[in-house]
Design a protein around this ligand. Sequence first.
Ligand code: PEP
Ligand code: MN
Length: 338
Amino acid sequence: MIIVMQRHAPKEDIERVINEIEKNEGLKPMPLYGTERTVIAVIGDERKLDEHHVRSLPSVANVMAVLQPYKLASRETKHESTVIKVKNATIGGKEIALMIGPCAVETEEQTRLCAQAAKKVGAKILRGGAFKPRTNPYAFEGLKEDGLKILRAIGDEFDMAVVTEVMDLRTIDMVHKYTDIFQIGTRNMQNFDLLKEIGKSNKPVLLKRGMSSTIKEFLLAAEYILANGNHEVILCERGIRTFEPDTRNTLALDTVPLIKELSHLPIIVDPSHATGKKRLVAPMSKAAIAAGADGLMIDIHPNPKEALCDGDQALLPEELFVMMEEVKKIAEAVGRSI
Ligand code: PEP
Ligand code: MN
């Protein structure tokens, strides 16, 4: 159930409704503050709440049932699209958010060359993994805290925000120290304990779609983060497993307009991990923006042949420059800017 407050309802009236919900054991109020309107979602067994009494409270405009199981992530609950600001970047607004960098932080020099190229095309967020989830246990697993230090230092050098993956409950505090955005990877999309703990943190979260997850499961994973109090969730479509062996994953681009219908959360696309092939990154980036994506996550590397992780999908800086000229045209055509 959601309680929709009147436009510009005074704080006291919002608090009165919150108190009314809290009087019922097992019910939790979750206020979502919009620019004009506040909506209070009621989490728990809502039958406990005296709906008629709530309707009679000052500044209550409406009390509505939310049909979707992802109550807080649903657009039924919050009509207005969520816009997230991180340093100089905006995710979910008119501007296309670009998160560009190496798959894995390898050296300071490699990360600096990536940041330089990313910055040149207008990226305000530098990506780079320090904890790498690898299929093969003998593969490079990232530089861990040393990698986080490099990413932070280079991010600061170029005045960019940084995003990096957190894989484990035990390293949340460490990653929190260095990053601006927590990334939860495809393999951890349903690591519910991790989602709950990240939900208690105060930094935005980039949640990647599980490679075998449905859209409903994806939004329910986001719901875990929202329900724990962190409302800054950015969704990322990164391809799903299908029977097709010629691409690493299958990029499900219809997810973008569908998520836009179902949820107020911003959604970006990662064509690098979706396709696994660098020549497919430019066309799929353009398609993602045309489909309404709020941003792109792109792997680059100054020397992809020597990359310690995912070299086949990494663009060279020069290739990124060419691609972004084209992406910019598509963005302009659909009323977005870079
Ligand atoms: C990544 O972005 O580095 C990554 C490992 O992505 P995914 O979780 O989508 O495979
Ligand atoms: Mn990768």
